[in-house]
Design a protein around this ligand. Structure first.
Ligand code: NAD
Length: 341
């Protein structure tokens, strides 16, 4: 059986946890990364967890010839999981063309490679940002794309459209877009986790940096939303649960005879407020977070959480870890990785 899986962005936050899950499930990952938002040390973390050092190619997915040079020499590839992209909503507003260039061009090159070398399965990292500011909660996969106000979210929506068109024209590809909600946490060993460059954009790495004294204070953007405590609500999912969803998606794609395109929400289905996340972090890790409420941040939506029935029924996947576990793992990762700051 073919068991090799190309993982673009495989040294990144979600990619590295997925590489571990692939190794634990009998797949052979081949990592492609250009180190733009990751470090070579990640491979050592993967090795310490699994006892295996997967093959690694430091190349740029934007450059087709670099991808082809690697792929053409490898036999037995059953799929590509495409993580490589830029991911900051705020940065995408300032650097829109760079976001479109990296996120769209890389995807097109991945599709071209999959087509030319008959790699049947493609799993794509999409995002719940494609729902925009949803009118109904929880969001279901058959809701139309929302009004998306930032180039990052638009790039994900465009990539989904490109993949859908590719599937229509393709003879045999099985293509899956996974719409992630808000990944948090780290591997329980503390050997891999999120390594944001500079000041973190995401909430939990910010919380852990405040907890460890590397950042002074956490700003909570808005406490006047129409939610139970006035702060925004999100669907926070443990990164290892998210990684497992890729295995389920690959297994599902592998089990299909004919070409196929499908989209799945990958979340817990449980809304948690920003304030709840902070207070739970304080409780489970027994540490105080210095925070203050400030005015709302442009572009933030009030609330979003997933309906997860489709992934449960079709992929036989469900999240297993709760918020407390995620927050303990994130803090353990921070404590073990002071040297990165
Ligand atoms: N983290 C989130 O909150 C979140 C939420 C929804 C969707 N996503 C999507 O999931 C995917 C992975 O996110 P992440 O949090 O692991 O991000 P990350 O930045 O940690 O990982 C992305 C990896 O891709 C690499 N990369 C970027 N452009 C590349 C290129 N052109 N060629 C080769 N490598 C390249 C980076 O060096 C990095 O290692 C992204 O597509 C992101 O948009 C992330």
């Amino acid at each position: 059986m073919k068991n090799k899986v190309v993982v673009t962005g495989g040294l990144g936050y979600i990619g590295s946890h997925t590489v571990v899950a692939l190794l634990e499930n009998g797949y052979e990952p081949i990592i492609i990364d250009n180190l733009e938002n990751s470090s070579l040390e990640v491979i050592n973390g993967i090795f310490k967890i699994t006892g295996i050092k997967p093959s690694l190619h430091i190349i740029d997915c934007k450059v087709y010839i670099e991808l082809e040079t690697v792929i053409k020499n490898i036999e037995g590839i059953c799929g590509i999981i495409h993580f490589a992209a830029y991911k900051s909503v705020n940065e995408s507003i300032e650097k829109s063309y760079a976001y479109y260039e990296n996120n769209i061009l890389s995807l097109i090159n991945v599709i071209k490679i999959a087509d030319k070398y008959a790699i049947e399965n493609i799993v794509f990292s999409s995002s719940c940002t494609v729902y925009g500011n949803p009118l109904e909660q929880p969001v279901t996969e058959n809701m139309p794309f929302g009004e998306i106000t930032n180039p990052y979210g638009k790039s994900k929506m465009m990539c989904e459209e490109i993949l859908k068109d590719f599937y229509i024209s393709s003879a045999k590809h099985k293509v899956i877009s996974l719409r992630y909600f808000n990944p948090i946490g780290a591997h329980t060993t503390g050997l891999i986790g999120e390594l944001p460059n500079g000041i973190p954009n995401n909430l939990l790495p910010y919380i852990t940096k405040v907890a460890s004294g590397k950042l002074a204070k956490l700003k909570v953007f808005g406490n006047d939303y129409n939610t139970k405590d006035g702060t925004c609500m999100r669907d926070f999912i443990h990164v290892c649960d998210l990684a497992d969803a890729h295995i389920s998606a690959l297994n599902y794609a592998n089990s299909k005879e004919n070409k196929n395109y499908d989209v799945f929400n990958i979340g817990t289905g449980i809304p948690t407020s920003v304030l709840e996340l902070i207070t739970t972090f304080e409780k489970v890790n027994n540490i105080k977070i210095d925070y203050e409420f400030t005015k709302r941040r442009a572009g933030d939506i009030e609330s979003i959480y997933a309906k997860t029935d489709k992934a449960a029924e079709t992929l036989s996947w469900k999240s297993k870890r709760n918020i407390s576990q995620s927050l303990k793992d994130a803090w353990n990762w921070e404590l073990k990785n002071n040297k990165h700051d």
